[in-house]
Design a protein around this ligand. Structure first.
Ligand code: ATP
Ligand code: MG
Length: 524
């Protein structure tokens, strides 16, 4: 009985084994010779190609960086202490890729798809290569739609369009990240998907940004991609490319995407570190010769696609940190020439409390003016002119002891414009709010007020306009131009609101008030 059972089982086993035909798989295995500073030198792997992904025993990953006759240099994507000389490595035949999809929205992750927000893992997602070709010329449409940042100084004077690349540049601690985050916050109800990519920053700085996005309800339409200063230089290097890939997924589906790259100075340093370790010849400031190319091929991927391809767009706001306000250093000049303009943040304005510290004279948007809403164009032309004159006059007036009345008035007017352009963090202004206050200051309605009362007057103006002329404000929010009669209606309401406030606070500095009333009447 038992024997029969045994025979039966053996027969079945033999049959099962006969059915199995093991496929032959050839796998090259290399050996690590040396590891250090985020680079590993390997021997073996004769068939490996440039930029191929290499997997190490224990799960670490690296990218082939240098192919020399005697050894292969691999940049590591993670810092694995167990990786040492003698570890084995195998070529994967794949290039580096990153997860893409709707599931990434609201998440904090790194370029390999590891989640960093303590939430559930991502699950199975489509993966796209991090390096993808930039759209061809024929696939690109002109930039025509504004990307509203909600920051008055930018939307009115340095407007940015969807699909544009605008650099945010300034010394350390001048509010660069704040400007970019405020631009992200303003997209909450605009249907623009945002991606904040932090490269080489301290973990605390990144978590502060994540907290802000969460507190301000901007996280659900934002992806936060992080390679901190503690991560391997290889990961810091590929992260901005991965950010572009994640954004391209949405752009390919006809969506508008805003990508903030914070910051490319640290990205360039990660690449310099890798290049020096791989003994590539150093050039200016010890950066390797292809440093221009690594940034240009990254930012070329930002565009407005033609209707035929869905009409999506990818706007890039790369950030660059300067040292001692030196815009002519190597990396800043590269980036200035790659991008379509820059927002310059000045440390001296920052220290004087003119926040955001945007210096209009050194900032430019090379495509933005064409994208501005018609209503903005009706107002901003005058404003830019007045402001430019003011900046010049203010510098000049430091040397002059006595000024004529017209000059003094232009300076006083300019100071009020500058006061109006001040804006606290996390308080984006809608197009309508911006236009109401900008129109009022343009027409000289605020010229009579002492500087410290401008902020209060501004609040009163936006609230008053909304209460008295809601339809007009809605029209301004949509960016449609107003008829002259409508502008007059708006100004009348503004005068009434300011008049009420002045009436309520009788007994202010008389001299200034008298002078102001005069200018306001002249302007009107
Ligand atoms: P880093 O060089 O360290 O990256 P940064 O240039 O990105 O700095 P931020 O971190 O954005 O600068 O801002 C520096 C400080 O200035 C922060 O404490 C921020 O809260 C403050 N700040 C920035 N903009 C404003 C503003 N408009 N109003 C008030 N405070 C601001
Ligand atoms: Mg910053």
């Amino acid at each position: 009985m038992l024997e029969r059972l045994l025979d039966d089982t053996l027969d079945r086993l033999e049959a099962a084994i006969g059915r199995v035909s093991p496929a032959l798989e050839l796998q090259e295995v290399g050996t690590v010779v040396e590891v250090g500073g985020g680079i590993a030198r390997l021997e073996g792997l004769p068939g490996v190609t440039a930029e191929e992904l290499v997997a190490f025993d224990g799960g670490g990953l690296g990218i082939v960086f240098n192919l020399a006759p005697d050894a292969i240099e691999v940049m590591l994507l993670d810092d694995r202490p167990e990786l040492s000389a003698g570890s084995r490595a195998r070529a994967t035949g794949r290039e580096v890729d990153t997860p893409v999809g709707e599931a990434l929205l609201g998440r904090v992750l790194d370029a390999t798809g590891r989640v960093l927000d303590g939430g559930d893992p991502l699950g199975t997602l489509e993966r796209w290569p991090v390096e993808r070709p930039a759209p061809a010329i024929l696939d690109r449409a002109p930039v025509t739609v504004p990307l509203e940042t909600g920051i008055k100084a930018i939307d009115a004077l340095i407007p940015i369009g969807r699909g544009q690349r605008e650099l945010i540049i300034g010394d350390r601690q001048t509010g660069k990240t704040s400007v970019a985050i405020d631009a992200i916050l303003n997209q909450r109800d605009k249907g623009v998907i945002c991606l904040y990519c932090a490269v080489g920053q301290r973990g605390t700085a990144v978590s502060r940004v994540v907290d802000t996005l969460r507190d301000q309800q901007a996280l659900p339409n934002t992806i936060v991609l992080v390679a901190s200063d503690a991560d391997a230089p290889g990961l810091r290097f590929i992260t901005p490319y991965a950010a572009m890939t994640m954004a391209e997924y949405f752009m390919a589906r006809g969506r508008d995407v805003l990508v903030v790259l914070d910051d490319l100075t640290r990205h360039a340093r990660a690449y310099r570190e890798l290049s020096l370790l791989a003994r590539r010849p150093p050039g200016r400031e010890a950066f390797p010769g292809d440093i221009f190319y690594i940034h240009s091929r990254l930012l070329e991927r930002s565009t407005q696609l033609v209707e035929r391809l869905g009409g999506g767009s990818l706007t890039a706001l790369p950030i660059i940190e300067t040292q001692g306000q030196d815009m002519s250093a190597y990396i800043p000049t590269n980036l200035i020439s790659i991008t379509d303009g820059q927002v310059y943040l000045s440390p001296s304005l920052f220290h004087k409390g003119f926040l955001p510290a945007i210096e209009v004279g050194r900032s430019v948007s090379r495509v933005g003016g064409k994208t501005q809403y018609p209503a903005f164009r009706q107002v901003a032309g005058d404003l830019r002119l007045a402001y430019a004159q003011f900046e010049e006059l203010e510098t000049f007036s430091r040397f002059a002891t006595r000024l004529d009345a017209a000059t003094r008035q232009a300076i006083e007017h300019g100071r009020r414009v500058r006061e109006v352009l001040k804006q606290p963090e996390h308080r984006p202004f809608s197009a309508g709010e911006q236009l109401v206050v900008l129109k009022a200051v343009n027409e000289g309605l605020l010229d009579g007020l002492p500087l410290e009362q401008i902020a209060a007057a501004e609040t009163r103006l936006t609230r008053g306009a909304q209460q008295r002329l809601p339809a007009l404000c809605a029209q301004l929010d949509s960016g449609e131009p107003l008829e002259e009669a409508q502008w007059q209606q708006l100004l009348e309401a503004a005068r009434a609101v300011l008049g009420e406030a002045a009436g309520a606070a009788k007994g202010g500095p008389d001299g200034i008030a008298g002078e102001t009333a005069g200018t306001a009447r002249d302007a009107g």
